[in-house]
Design a protein. Structure first.
Lengths: 124, 349, 173
């Protein structure tokens, strides 16, 4: 099997395809349970997307008063809400993809985003 | 050269994936006193946005016409009833809704009763923000003994009157579902083939999400995430009644907004009831209404009630216990192994 | 008393198979005591021998070497007919099948390196399939695919490169 001309063209192709497959596999099979971004919705519009890994406090003045969203160490929560019920505050921290906290009176909601969502909409 | 072919297939797949992402139009709005979440698939952004606006416009109209405590057609009707006067020239829509609600009240053995507005008001749920109350048993007894029911209404084309002045209509368990059916109609008129509409948790599916059905999550009644997910095929609707939606806690006791019309007290110890409704003209309405009788009715009556009301798919979450029909079990996928282990799973027929 | 002697005629190829198998078994045993970051992620250095046998001799030799190695190793380690053995057998057979076809690729473009990568992927692919279908059907092992793929590419490449050097050393390529 001695051959004078030798090239690694085919090998390179195989390796290239393998690499593409690996990237594809990571994209398809690895949706981290833990989200990386929190989306803040305010008065029907996306107020902004914020990294969960950058500690931050976001203050929103709505109809009822001030809602305070706190992002800390990969999690997010309502630190303060102007409403009486305080449901959103009581629910505590969220960090997993698809988790959501809503403050209806002040029209603020926060949702953890990830690469893929387990579902299109939530029945509650 | 099949490797090159393979390579192109992968590239094409990536491309398709990114395509499918862009043709989903999703928006969230605050109407109806809750969050409305509309997803439209496979239409241009412009067409999707116009359709969304049309749907929202309809929701706002319904909000003003059916609201239980803010000035609306319904509060005018309630005022007339309280004064023992007939309500003249009701809208055909309101007449239709009341007729349909009456049928559902009777079918549910009066467990779904939209006439108990006085009771709901007493418990303080007729406010955007409610204050915990200390229930007064004798007061509640009086309210229950007034026995309000939609059966006491006489509905004609030109007027509505009630034999019982204590009928106070609250369509809280009906209006959102009705709005879903209206939204479906509007989207159909606008030739939107694929959409998912969520009004405060009640969802109806139209078409599907690309080549997959729409997928919805079911809220964990004691958590902030989904406990399970399922595919919602074209025309199907899903609705949940939960003790976590509107409630207050007083002296460590949870009082939720779902009140038993016979006892006058909120239901205790049921976390949530989810019903899945097959395609029907009023699937949205049914998804809103039919979870109530199962939530309110006695445990031992549930199966008979479900049979009577034609509910084939339901899921009930209680403390340490999840029960559902086999048909529901076939459709549902739990997301959290922990919650499955923790709870006793029961299949009913 | 008559002495009975059983004599088996052996060919030169048989000796080669025996020699190569012995090396492969040795490598497998060494590998079995090496720590692994997670179950299934192993360098698979014995595949060097399989690949070497394939290039140096023929497919049949490689097949024998491979089968002997899988059976002997599992007998030595007391894993015969255990799930580990089944996994090993499935992986080896699938990677051999891949090599059977891959060897037909034009050799001026494809070296043992490419073939080794292909066979690594086949090996792990077969094992994952067996796990999914037979061993733990309910578990979602999809999460593992990316990790195993990286391992397959890395070790496939290294093994292929070693094989290539060996063959070059023996002037077989």
């Amino acid at each position: 099997m001695k051959l004078p001309i030798k090239s690694f063209l085919g090998d390179s192709l195989i390796i290239l395809i393998s690499l593409i497959f690996i990237v594809f596999a990571f994209k398809t099979f690895w949706h981290f349970e833990t989200g990386s971004v929190v989306q803040v919705n305010f008065q029907g519009k996306t107020y902004g997307n914020f990294s969960l890994f950058q500690d931050k406090k976001i203050s929103l003045i709505g109809k009822e008063g001030e809602s305070m969203i706190e992002i800390k160490a990969g999690r997010a929560r309502f630190a303060h809400a102007p409403c009486k019920n305080q449901y959103c505050v009581q629910q505590g921290w969220i960090h997993r993809t698809g988790q959501m906290l809503i403050c209806i009176p002040n029209e603020v909601s926060i949702e953890i985003l990830g690469k893929t969502k387990a579902y299109d909409s939530l029945n509650y | 050269m099949r490797f090159i072919k393979f390579f192109f297939i992968i590239v094409a797949l990536c491309f398709l994936q990114s395509c499918s992402k862009t043709s989903l139009y999703q928006s969230k709005h605050y109407v109806f006193g809750t969050i409305v979440d509309i997803s439209i698939y496979g239409e241009s952004d412009k067409k999707a946005e116009e359709a969304t606006q049309a749907v929202l416009h309809e929701f706002t109209r319904l909000h003003h016409s059916l609201h239980a405590w803010k000035r609306s057609d319904l509060t005018s009707l309630n005022e007339a009833i309280a004064k023992n006067k007939p309500y003249i020239n009701p809208s055909p829509e309101l007449t239709e809704i009341l007729k349909e609600a009456k049928i559902l009240e009777d079918a549910s053995n009066h467990l779904f009763n939209p006439a108990i507005g006085e009771l709901i008001d007493y418990w303080g749920f007729h406010q955007d923000e409610f204050t915990p109350i200390h229930p007064d048993k004798s007061k509640i007894k009086v309210l229950v003994e007034r026995k309000p029911s939609l059966d006491q209404l006489s509905i004609s084309g030109s007027s509505i009157s009630s034999a019982n002045a204590h009928v106070k209509i609250d369509l809280g368990g009906y209006a959102k579902g009705y709005a879903l059916d209206q939204a479906k109609k509007i989207l159909h008129e606008r030739q939107i083939k694929n959409a998912l509409i969520n009004i405060g948790g009640n969802i109806i599916a139209i078409g599907q999400h690309g080549n997959k059905p729409w997928r919805v999550g079911i809220q964990d009644p004691r958590g902030s995430q989904a406990i399970a997910k399922l595919d919602l095929p074209d025309g199907w609707a899903i609705g949940t009644s939960g003790d976590y939606q509107r409630y207050f806690i007083n002296d460590g006791i949870r009082y939720c907004h779902l009140i038993h019309p016979f006892t006058g007290f909120p239901i205790q110890n049921v976390y949530s009831v989810t019903v899945l409704i097959e395609p029907a003209k009023n699937a949205g309405t049914l998804s809103d209404v039919l979870s109530k009788p199962l939530f309110i009715g006695k445990k031992e009556d549930r199966e008979a009630l479900a049979k009577k009301l034609n509910i084939h798919h339901y899921l009930i979450i209680e403390e340490n216990r999840i029960s559902m029909t086999q048909t529901m079990a076939d459709k549902i996928q739990f997301l959290d192994m922990h919650s499955q282990k923790k709870n006793h799973l029961e299949i009913t027929h | 008393m008559t002495r009975s002697i059983i004599k088996i005629k052996t060919t030169l190829l048989d000796h080669q198979i025996a020699k190569l198998s012995a090396i492969a078994i040795g490598l497998s045993l060494i590998e079995s005591v090496l720590p692994s970051p997670m179950p299934g992620v192993k360098p698979g250095i014995a595949n060097i021998i399989t690949l070497y046998a394939m290039y140096r001799f023929n497919f049949k030799t490689a097949l024998w070497v491979s089968i002997l190695r899988v059976f002997a190793t599992s007998l030595i380690l007391g894993q015969f007919l255990s799930p580990t053995f089944m996994l090993s057998l499935t992986g080896s057979m699938l990677s051999l099948l891949t090599l059977y076809f891959a060897i037909k690729l034009p050799s001026q473009f494809f070296s043992p390196i490419g073939l080794s990568v292909l066979s690594s992927f086949a090996h792990i692919g077969g094992q994952l399939l067996l796990v999914r279908l037979w061993l733990i059907p309910h578990a979602s092992i999809y999460y593992l695919i990316p990790i195993y793929s990286v391992a397959a590419l890395l070790f496939g490449f290294i093994n292929g490169w070693i094989t290539y050097r060996l063959l070059k050393h023996h002037n077989s390529i």
